[in-house]
Design a protein around this ligand. Structure first.
Ligand SMILES: Cc1ncc(COP(=O)(O)O)c(C=O)c1O
Length: 381
């Protein structure tokens, strides 16, 4: 894999200053990704970046400059969003099982809130009389759900959202301000998105005060070739859908989207150095000065995530014709400390540098303290 030479040049410069593994982001790429989703022609829309994909303040500032709002699912991220200047309805707060103190904070923030269960709705209505709220609808039984990388987000195997019967049983339906759905992650199938969106929009007829339809994120990046979800066809179809339901409701409904991975997935790189080499079962085991706890996506999805690797640094020694099955291992004693498995890479030497691509989303933000390694620094170029 050959990444953008400008990025390689910048990271080599950084490597002169630090021996520690780090993330590096291509700011222009993040900006282009924001523009591409903002190009959806439907006018009354708000795009809320899902902060779980990357919660670095610098990253969020870039996204904010591009005109994106924010979607958060926890109090710390709500606080972060507020600190970075987001307020009121530029914040969407969606989570599940909120306790009363959390609900109070969310209410005080004046963010748009999407509630996850009948009990959550009751708690909200008891404490904040006549305050509008959104609800998350689990469209079970309406669309055949597809399993996505992190499992099911809709259907009978999903823990999230209210069922149709629960939705119909709600009191004070006029207070329901919005409907929320998250189809799943890393999807490309525009028809599937639309079938799910339609299922959500259809229940809108029960809510005379409906203002917005929040369709979540889930826009895919192809792991193997980095190909991104195209917003052209999607944009046309969702505009048609929104126009249709706006007519039904006799008002211009607001479209809310919550993209996460697509905004910076292809803009981030994880950089580490080779510290050891072993050969086992016809596989080159490459030890690096980093751990999967610092680059956790492969840890969370061991069989289901792929990050292309470029070998740089001591390039004159790299035998590019001599490719072999390679796994990259972390520098801990944890048996599952793998940053990559079964990749076809050239023969690698101690001292070479490995650059992992598609590392801009759910990588730095998934850092875990397990094993005790430090959180890698994040640089923006
Ligand atoms: C409710 C909700 N919205 C948006 C996102 C962002 O999703 P993605 O990164 O797949 O676009 C997530 C991620 O889990 C989510 O749970």
């Amino acid at each position: 894999m050959e990444f953008n030479p400008k990025i390689i040049k910048s990271l080599l410069k950084k490597l002169k200053e630090t021996n520690l593994p780090f993330y590096i982001y291509d700011t222009l790429s993040i900006k282009n990704n924001c523009q591409s989703i903002l190009s959806i022609p439907y006018k009354n829309k708000a795009v809320h970046f899902a902060s779980m994909a990357n919660s670095s303040p610098k990253y969020i500032k870039i996204v904010k400059q591009c005109g994106l709002n924010i979607f958060v699912n926890s109090v710390p991220h709500l606080r972060l969003a507020q600190k970075l200047g987001y307020k009121n309805r530029t914040i969407v707060y969606t989570s599940s099982g909120m306790d009363l103190p959390t609900m109070k904070l969310v209410n005080e923030s004046r963010a748009l809130v999407n509630l996850d269960s009948v009990n959550q709705v009751k708690l909200w209505q008891k404490n904040f009389k006549n305050k509008k709220f959104g609800i998350r609808y689990n469209i079970a039984g309406v669309v055949e759900p597809k399993s996505t990388r992190a499992g099911y987000f809709i259907g009978k195997n999903s823990r999230l959202g209210l069922t149709f019967d629960e939705i119909k049983s709600l009191e004070n339906k006029h207070l329901v301000y919005g409907l929320h759905l998250y189809v799943g992650t890393d999807l490309y199938d525009v028809e599937y998105f639309m079938a799910c969106y339609k299922a959500l929009a259809e229940v809108g007829k029960y809510f005379p005060g409906l203002n917005y339809l929040d369709f979540g994120g889930g826009f895919g990046i192809n792991d193997s070739d980095g190909k991104m979800f195209s917003f052209k066809e999607y944009g046309e179809m969702i505009t048609e859908l929104m126009d249709f339901y706006s007519k039904e409701h006799k008002k211009v409904l607001k479209l809310i989207l919550e993209p996460g991975r697509i905004i910076g997935g292809n803009a981030g790189y994880f950089v580490c150095k080779v510290t050891d080499i072993k050969h086992r079962n016809n596989t080159q085991l490459v030890g690096v000065n980093a751990s999967s706890v610092q680059f956790p996506r492969p840890l969370f999805y061991p069989d289901d995530s792929y990050h292309p690797i470029q070998v740089v640094g001591k390039s004159k020694n790299i035998k590019f014709n001599n490719k072999m099955s390679t796994s990259v291992t972390g520098c801990s004693t944890y048996s599952r400390d793998y940053l990559a498995t079964n990749q076809n890479l050239p023969e690698i030497d101690i001292g070479d540098v490995l650059v992992f691509g598609n590392a801009g989303s759910y990588c730095a933000s998934s850092f875990t303290n397990f094993l005790g390694f430090p959180k890698p620094k994040e640089y923006f170029v």
